[in-house]
Design a protein around this ligand. Structure first.
Ligand SMILES: CC(C)(COP(=O)(O)OP(=O)(O)OC[C@H]1O[C@@H](n2cnc3c(N)ncnc32)[C@H](O)[C@@H]1OP(=O)(O)O)[C@@H](O)C(=O)NCCC(=O)NCCS
Length: 183
């Protein structure tokens, strides 16, 4: 399935291997990846990621949906977001988002995530959506809370990346909670 998702300022599409330049510029940036589960990427890591997600996009029965975000007015690739299915019963998806830092603080990630969440509960009929946020990532915490996600707790030193263990907060929303918000 190739979903069609669009917001006022953004359009979503599948990744292709040709997105390397635009993706690598933010995926290799230590400022952007300070609180992410990946990065800062080497060129090989970005190429491997692009091969993986573009192959996934052509699968018949997709478990995961990774999208690049195109700023409609400029036609620039400014970041990405995605939903990763975490079980076969439900289903439940974790999700994430990242923007090139030139595009921060304009409400764009909130706009993209609201559309991603609508797609998750609407088209994918998710039972539950959840995101992990590294402790200290205030922007991401605020974004999720503004969209109605509930703080579920923090697991200490539970994720290892960049030679260190990180504390991970979980924010979640159940389908029933989403339905209350949209009706
Ligand atoms: C997290 C991220 C996607 C937010 O993108 P953004 O487009 O700047 O976010 P928005 O403009 O939609 O803002 C969302 C909220 O965060 C706040 N915010 C944004 N940047 C902030 C910062 N540096 N410090 C504190 N609050 C911040 C905004 O004010 C807004 O809250 P408000 O409406 O209550 O004022 C962006 O900072 C990013 O790409 N970071 C690197 C990748 C990352 O950490 N991804 C999340 C992994 S869980």
């Amino acid at each position: 399935m190739t979903p069609f998702i669009e917001t006022t300022r953004l359009s979503f599409r599948n990744f292709t291997v040709d997105d390397y330049d635009a993706v690598h510029v933010y995926a290799s940036d230590p400022v952007v990846t300070r609180y992410t589960a990946f990065g800062p990427n080497t060129p090989e890591q970005t190429k491997g990621f692009l091969q993986f997600v573009s192959a996934e996009a052509s699968q018949e029965d997709r478990a995961n949906y990774s999208f690049v975000l195109i700023h409609k007015q400029t036609n620039k690739l400014i970041g990405s977001c995605g939903l990763m299915r975490s079980d076969t019963h439900g289903p439940q998806y974790s999700f994430g988002y990242v923007l090139h830092k030139d595009w921060w603080r304009q409400g764009l990630a909130s706009e993209a995530t609201a559309a991603l969440v609508k797609f998750g509960f609407g088209e994918l009929r998710a039972h539950r959506l959840w995101a992990h946020v590294f402790l200290g990532n205030t922007a991401s915490e605020k974004l999720l809370q503004n969209l109605g996600f509930r703080y579920e707790g923090c697991t200490l030193k539970s994720f290892f990346v960049r030679d260190a263990w990180h504390d991970l907060q979980t924010f979640a929303m159940l389908r029933s909670e989403w339905e209350k918000r949209v009706t």
